[in-house]
Design a protein around this ligand. Sequence first.
Ligand code: NAD
Length: 472
Amino acid sequence: GVVDALAMEDHQDVEAGHGVGKLMVEVRAAYKSGRTRTPAWRVEQLNGIVRMLGECEGEILEALFADLGKPAHEAYVAEISLVRSSCKLAIKELKKWMTPVKVSGSVTSFPSSAAVVSEPLGVTLVISAWNFPFLLSVDPMIGAISAGCAMVLKPSEVAPATSALLAKLVPLYLDSSMIRVVEGGVEETTALLEQKWDKIFYTGSAKVGRIVMAAAAKHLTPVTLELGGKCPAYFDRSADLKVGLRRIAQGKWGNNNGQACISPDYILVDESIASELVDALKDIIEKFYGKDPKMSKDLARVVNASHYSRLTNLLDDPRVSSKIVHGGERDESNLYIAPTLVYDVPLETPLMLEEIFGPILPIMKVKNEQEAIDIINERAKPLAAYVFTSKKEVKELMVASISSGGMVVNDTVLHFVNPGLPFGGVGESGMGSYHGKFSFDAFSHKKAVLYRNSLGDVPARYPPFTKKKQSF
Ligand code: NAD
């Protein structure tokens, strides 16, 4: 009894983030058993995730509603169903991903064969964000498991219901000797970051991304940083406004009410169609969310009071508040801010300099595509850029001129759901990528292996290097 009680206390201490040193020792010891290297272990864990999704769907949706007021349909599509298809793809492709890739031998090493062998990086840390708190925790987990890594997950404390649910469910469905959840905020994350990891996979802001990378540098730990930024959308004169704007509205307010890393952050529109665009977008907002969007069941809420005041401060800047052309209503008691359009705000306002991450959408007019490119390229490299046009030359020009993590032509956010595309940022929006096989690769080391036998042992290779040998 006493021993059990002490063990329990220890366990709680560890899971609270204080005893992370001990947790590391345990996870490393389990990892050394080599079990994660077998395809059987990996498939068993991935099947565990599929079972968890099936059996706990209701609980997951409830947690997401408690944390973010996330509408059930939206949560199902963006968090549960995406994770399930990610997992199923990994189960189906795992053998192929694990198979060494043969490469041709070279003349200088003749005779030989060569292969690129994927090996697990080892014991890994995944730190996730609050806006898609289930998806952004479990999707990287699928990568870590597929690659054969052990993993500690630190979900976001800003989505406490989902964090607690993950801490409860993961040990029920997965091998808890090697897949652990540590809940907590800055203090616990700081303690985790002091440890030596074989890989850190971080999703969140660039500010904390810098802290993560500095901590990783101490141990030469490789990092994937999935960060954010201001994702622009450009409309030229030839764009199909109705379809394009419906997709903008879905990408913005239909994804956690604008609190998504790939939400369109601002629109740049050819001046000749600017007022037409504003009117059309107002109509779409009304069609989607009704005359009073507060009553809509399809709009998530702002995550907490501090983000609410951050967003209302952006709006209350007189240079912005005088330019509201739609929405602007708010209700602090409900953490509600209406889908809000602001038109033609100065580029040097915080609204146009910081990532908005909420329901406000500035619309700015530009003379032509070159001005749009200049405005985008003057800012930090975005995680995603969206271009709406029917002209081939404009598509080509935008793809060639804008550096961003990803790009979608004539739609928003859908590049996220194509597992054949790497998802990640560049510059200030991050480094590294995941999804599909890229997730497996993010947690793997590509080991170069050259196979030789004792044939072809040429004396010219060895000293003494006589004149005769040198003449070869
Ligand atoms: P955040 O950086 O505040 O928090 C992310 C994680 O870091 C949390 O788990 C948190 O506990 C931890 N953390 C916070 N402060 C820390 C500190 N001082 N030291 C150590 N750890 C700390 O980010 P957030 O508010 O959760 O997320 C919003 C940002 O994330 C936005 O910029 C958004 O664009 C970006 N994001 C990116 C993606 C992507 O896939 N690229 C997805 C979602 C969000």
